[in-house]
Write a new protein. Structure first.
Length: 207
């Protein structure tokens, strides 16, 4: 077992954990919790978010709502719903996930079954500390088209190209808006407040 502590999150990693144990653990600890589990072929990571982690996650989610409103899109918020592929022995609970292109298909769904349903169109992971699981490989194997990773300073945008992610300057979903500027607005919220920042972001998007 390995433990990693950071200002924004805590991570505990277990090795040589079976898929059956991972699934049983999800049932035992239930959904009423703050920790998020990631499993990759024997490696289990349990991440507990602290305030800076959750604050960044929630702020980015609010800004995504502004983007879909201003671009006249729609979305289904899947949040940290467990995404798993038993055939790959991989599973994850992202910080946030969204159906945008497939919103109409998933609008009335109460569960996600990746053996039948498409994966979320966009997945966000806030990682102030480095995960022991290769999230790029994990989400690429699930076919997630777009992956965002925020480390507290930089928002990196990845687009799935074949079986691997390619780092790109702009979000395929929200082009032509330069969403890589989002960290600047998160910092701005510390000075002017969250509501004022969201108003500022909306005005910027409209430009």
């Amino acid at each position: 077992m390995e433990t990693t502590r950071a200002i924004a999150e805590q991570r505990v990693v277990f090795h040589h954990v079976s898929w059956q144990t991972f699934k049983a653990l999800l049932v035992e600890i239930g959904e009423d919790r703050t920790s998020r589990l990631t499993y990759d072929q024997g490696t289990l990571e349990i991440m507990t978010p602290l305030m800076p982690h959750e604050q960044s996650n929630r702020l980015i989610e609010r800004l995504i709502y502004v983007l879909v409103e201003e671009m006249e899109l729609d979305l289904v918020t899947a949040g940290s719903t467990t995404l798993d592929r038993p055939d790959l022995e991989r599973g994850a609970e992202p910080d946030s996930s969204y159906y945008i292109q497939n919103e109409a298909l998933m609008r009335d769904r109460e569960e996600i079954d990746l053996t039948q349903d498409p994966p979320p169109d966009l997945v966000l992971e806030v990682e102030y500390s480095r995960s022991s699981v290769d999230k790029l490989r994990l989400y690429a194997s699930m076919g997630v088209p777009e992956f965002w990773r925020y480390n507290g300073h930089v928002l990196r945008i990845y687009r799935l190209d074949g079986e691997q992610y390619q780092l790109c300057e702009n979000s395929p979903t929200f082009t032509p808006v330069a969403v890589s500027e989002i960290p600047r607005f998160i910092e701005e919220a510390k000075k002017i407040g969250e509501v004022a920042m969201i108003k500022s972001f909306r005005a910027w998007v409209r430009q």
